[in-house]
Design a protein around this ligand. Structure first.
Ligand SMILES: CC(C)(COP(=O)(O)OP(=O)(O)OC[C@H]1O[C@@H](n2cnc3c(N)ncnc32)[C@H](O)[C@@H]1OP(=O)(O)O)[C@@H](O)C(=O)NCCC(=O)NCCS
Length: 159
């Protein structure tokens, strides 16, 4: 399997929107629109995985930098994984894990100390992926998604 990863380009947008609708439809009224807004943020980096020249997955990671020191940390920064998805027919082949590693590497290189994400409590496959990659559960949030799902917030130190 010749997997290639790169930054998003404008030609990816149809793929990103279709996969977002399919992957996040169970949790969101307008997933493609939400993902479009995430990607448009200047603080966001979107990494696309390509297999044999076709996009097959993506991750959106966003940096947040408070304007002043936080305790002993002179330049605090946190990174958030806003979305991660892999095409249905290509799941369970390590593509999600690879995208997650790249998001983490981007966060580290950008100077972030921590990486946060949220997913639905009932999204077992995503939680397995995140737990296997070293994320820990921080808190559960009730009625967090469009159809009433509970969310779990997870975090990993990347320093
Ligand atoms: C979550 C998602 C990105 C995982 O992508 P993937 O390419 O299938 O994941 P990987 O093949 O890299 O799996 C890595 C690990 O995650 C866990 N995992 C992934 N899919 C799983 C499943 N269906 N059941 C149980 N564990 C699973 C396993 O621990 C797996 O390691 P293993 O295969 O060595 O056992 C993919 O299922 C997806 O796109 N889901 C819809 C979108 C979504 O829910 N995103 C997360 C919320 S933002």
């Amino acid at each position: 399997m010749a997997l290639f990863v790169r930054s998003r380009k404008p030609g990816d947008d149809k793929f990103l929107q279709e996969l977002s609708d399919e992957a996040f439809g169970p949790y969101s009224h307008e997933p493609a629109r939400a993902v479009r807004a995430m990607i448009a943020s200047p603080a966001a980096r979107t990494i696309v995985a390509e297999l044999d020249g076709r996009p097959v997955g993506f991750v959106v990671v966003t940096l947040r930098r408070p304007a002043r020191a936080f305790g002993p940390i002179a330049e605090p920064a946190t990174a958030h994984i806003d979305a991660i998805a892999v095409s249905t027919r290509l799941r369970r082949r390590g593509i999600g894990k690879k995208l997650l590693k790249l998001a983490e590497a981007h966060a580290r290189e950008a100077g972030a100390q921590s990486l946060f994400l949220m997913t639905a409590v009932r999204n077992r496959r995503a939680r397995k992926l995140f737990e296997a990659s070293g994320f820990v559960n921080l808190a559960a949030l009730g009625n967090a998604y469009a159809f009433g799902d509970r969310a779990i917030m997870m975090m990993k130190l990347v320093d």
